[in-house]
Write a protein that binds this ligand. Structure first.
Ligand SMILES: Nc1ncnc2c1ncn2[C@@H]1O[C@H](COP(=O)(O)OP(=O)(O)OP(=O)(O)O)[C@@H](O)[C@H]1O
Length: 308
């Protein structure tokens, strides 16, 4: 947990990025703080800017506007490189190297290197040290890349869709490894993923991007407490007007809505606490919803328009 004097894991101020001088901005007006010691779910629709943000935080790209800080250092500097590990989607590994060679290389390239920890991650996946990287499955390569990242003993681990190639059992194992790292070594983790159920149990901070802007940067429990899932007769829709409706759908005469209430709910609603997965799904869907009164509101910690 971040104390008042402790630098944030990530801190962005008016951050923007364009891949080409005259191209569209992949990120714009991003201002947010991710505290240290959290496992952060970085979510957003395809093209929302998740990889771009992680590449900026990992120092592979430089902002074209504003600033991003990692552990109060500038990404890409020597100070940041020793403390931050980034696992990109392309998992750059040498295919001709064996797994053991790869880990040895990790030891040579990093000033801090925990070889037993890296070996353990590989061993837990049942991967032979003598296997050639080029002959591993994509999921096994992910595990080797993760071993390299964890062997650095980073204070901040940035993972771009680490779960995409993994079967459900391995996904669970990797998430458990990450939770152990976070708990025992106080590693801050930011992981982008489309696999929302895996984030529910693991992540305690949410960073949600929509079309290059930050829509949510919030504590996961605070999100659970601030949202309500309501269902009831469609005739009462106007009673939701005073609240923030993130997303709603109608089936026949039944209305179901994900709401951030601004006070007591009037009307005959069945109300329940949504899980994190439902909250994330509601926010991800909301921009695609054409229902009147359901709009998107840019900006971290901001809310959506009230229902019409
Ligand atoms: N190398 C590149 N050159 C030009 N534009 C790019 C490049 N990489 C990404 N973009 C654009 O930047 C925007 C954000 O892309 P980014 O890959 O960061 O999104 P994402 O949220 O990671 O998407 P996904 O969930 O599909 O991985 C998109 O509009 C994308 O087309």
């Amino acid at each position: 947990m971040t104390g008042p004097d402790e630098p944030a894991a990530l801190h962005a101020t008016d951050l923007g990025f364009r891949y080409r001088a005259r191209g569209d901005r992949a990120l714009r007006d991003c201002g947010f703080t991710v505290p240290r010691g959290r496992i952060t779910a970085l979510v957003g629709r395809n093209g929302a800017g998740k990889s771009t943000l992680l590449h900026l935080a990992g120092g592979l790209l430089r902002p074209t506007h504003g600033e991003i800080r990692v552990l109060d250092t500038t990404p890409g500097t020597a100070a940041a490189r020793t403390r931050v590990a980034l696992l990109t989607q392309d998992r750059p590994l040498y295919p001709r190297f064996t797994v053991a060679d790869t880990l040895r290389m990790g030891g040579k390239l990093n000033s801090v290197w925990d070889h037993p920890a890296a070996e353990r991650v590989v061993r837990e996946g049942g991967i032979a040290p003598t296997a050639r990287v080029g002959e591993l499955s994509p999921g096994q390569r992910t595990r080797v890349a993760l071993a390299l990242a964890l062997g650095k003993r980073p204070e901040l681990l940035l993972l771009d869709e680490p779960l995409a190639d993994l079967d459900p059992v391995v996904r669970g194992e990797i998430m458990a490894t990450l939770m152990t790292e976070a708990a025992e070594r106080e590693v801050s983790i930011v992981l982008s993923s489309h696999v929302l159920p895996d984030l529910e149990q693991t992540c305690d901070w949410v960073l949600l991007l929509r079309a290059g802007r930050v829509e949510l940067s919030e504590d996961a429990d605070a999100l659970r407490e601030s949202h309500t899932l309501v269902s009831g007769h469609v005739d009462q829709t106007s009673a939701l007007r005073e609240h923030t409706v993130v997303h709603r759908r109608t089936q026949g005469r039944q209305l179901t809505a994900l709401v951030r209430p601004r006070g007591p709910l009037r009307g005959d609603w069945h109300a329940e606490r949504p899980g994190l997965e439902e909250i994330l799904l509601g926010h991800l869907r909301s921009g695609a919803d054409s229902s009147p009164g359901v709009g998107s509101a840019p900006g971290a910690d901001s809310t959506k328009e009230a229902a019409a």
